[in-house]
Design a protein around this ligand. Structure first.
Ligand SMILES: Cc1cc2nc3c(=O)[nH]c(=O)nc-3n(C[C@H](O)[C@H](O)[C@H](O)COP(=O)(O)O)c2cc1C
Length: 350
């Protein structure tokens, strides 16, 4: 599959998740079978570009391409400037966020709130495409099915945005009003797929290889995007790829492999965030890895008290060594983790 002139390794994507899909996590997912990852959103507010948070988000050192950066904002000129700023820092694809329901974003009329004002949404698309086209950078758009149940305008918006030059759409099968509640629906994604010629990516509640196959069949989408189910389970991408290719379920990873992956992920994480922030922000990732494991809750409680990177990594290694004595492989079915926890976290991080 291609996004504009850029071809992708495969059609399994990591969803952008603010506070989660930083460079170390994206790179880990790519190593484990994801063909494409979008960065956490970067604000279009110039006054925030020099903050540590935004400059970390705009750091792509050592990341396997293509580098895709998501931008969020409400003003067409500022969004065009944000696109140019990120292209200068290595972005090869610019994704416009019209899917994020976080209050922090929507109160400022960005994210999925833009779906309520199609004229403004289009002005933003046109301005961003105008900034990206001369640099040969494709523009993509991530949206929800609409604002609310009675106003599902994903198809209308996609048609207009395609005419304005958008080269790929990702649709999360929920309205803004739904937040993360209820279940994703796939009919609207199928309708978007039928309405445009550029690739369409289906997103929402894909948490197993079987669900991935079902969503592909229901939507006819060109690619699938997985978010929450990859938290603590980044190997889901190779599991899905294997199932789609062969129809067989891949054995869960060996505990020894997870130990190696997790320790490498932690080192990469500490290197990006430094000791103080690194040890704290790593806790959520470790928590996701261990939450379904025997003794995982107790371990998480103990681990949250450690505030030194070396001690944290050593505790993780010990925990997984002990687990390895009881079982060779990770448990087959991890809980999908699609809970309100994510919405809380989203409010905190986005
Ligand atoms: C913690 C968190 C942060 C998110 N941040 C973003 C974001 O920055 N940009 C965006 O477009 N979507 C964001 N999302 C939405 C996801 O990209 C995705 O559309 C949603 O989680 C549905 O996919 P899933 O069911 O596979 O998780 C976020 C979701 C979560 C849980």
């Amino acid at each position: 599959m291609n996004i504009g002139h850029i071809s992708l390794e495969n059609t399994l994507f990591v969803a952008p998740m603010a506070g989660v899909t930083d460079r170390p996590f994206r790179q880990l997912c790519k190593t484990l079978g994801a063909g494409y990852a979008v960065s956490e959103m970067v604000t279009s507010r110039r006054d925030l570009w020099n903050t540590l948070k935004t400059s970390r988000r705009a750091n792509h050192e050592g990341e396997t391409g293509p580098i895709a950066v998501q931008i969020a904002g409400t003003d067409a000129t500022m969004m065009a400037e944000a696109a140019a700023y990120n292209i200068d820092r290595g972005a090869q694809i610019i994704d416009i966020n019209m899917g994020c329901p976080a209050k922090k974003v929507c109160n400022k009329w960005a994210g999925s709130a833009l779906m309520q004002d199609e004229a403004l949404a289009l002005r933003i698309v046109e301005a961003v495409v105008a900034a990206c086209a001369p640099r040969k950078v494709p523009v993509t758009l991530k949206m929800r099915t609409g604002w609310c149940h009675s106003h599902k305008n994903a198809v209308t918006l996609a048609r207009a945005a395609e005419s304005a030059g958008v080269q790929m759409f990702t649709v999360h099968g929920r309205t803004r009003e739904q937040g993360y509640g209820g279940q994703a629906e796939y009919d609207t994604i199928a309708a978007v797929k039928a309405a445009v010629r550029v690739p369409v990516v289906a997103n929402g509640d894909i948490n197993s290889p079987q669900k991935a196959r079902e969503v592909l069949a229901l939507t006819g989408a060109d690619a699938l995007m997985i978010g929450r189910a990859a938290q603590g389970r980044p190997w889901i991408f190779r599991e899905v790829a294997h199932f789609l290719a062969t129809g067989a379920i891949l054995a869960p990873p060996l505990v020894a492999e997870v130990k190696r992956l997790l320790l490498a992920h932690l080192q990469d994480h500490y290197a990006l965030y430094g000791e103080f922030s690194g040890v704290r922000t790593a806790r959520k990732h470790i928590g996701w890895y261990v939450k379904a494991l025997p003794g995982g809750d107790e371990f998480r409680a103990r681990m949250n008290l450690l505030d030194d990177c070396h001690d944290q990594a050593a505790a993780v290694a010990d925990f997984l060594d002990q687990l390895g004595e009881r079982m060779d492989r990770m448990p087959a079915a991890m809980p999908d983790g699609l809970t309100n926890r994510d919405e809380e976290q989203m409010e905190l991080t986005a």
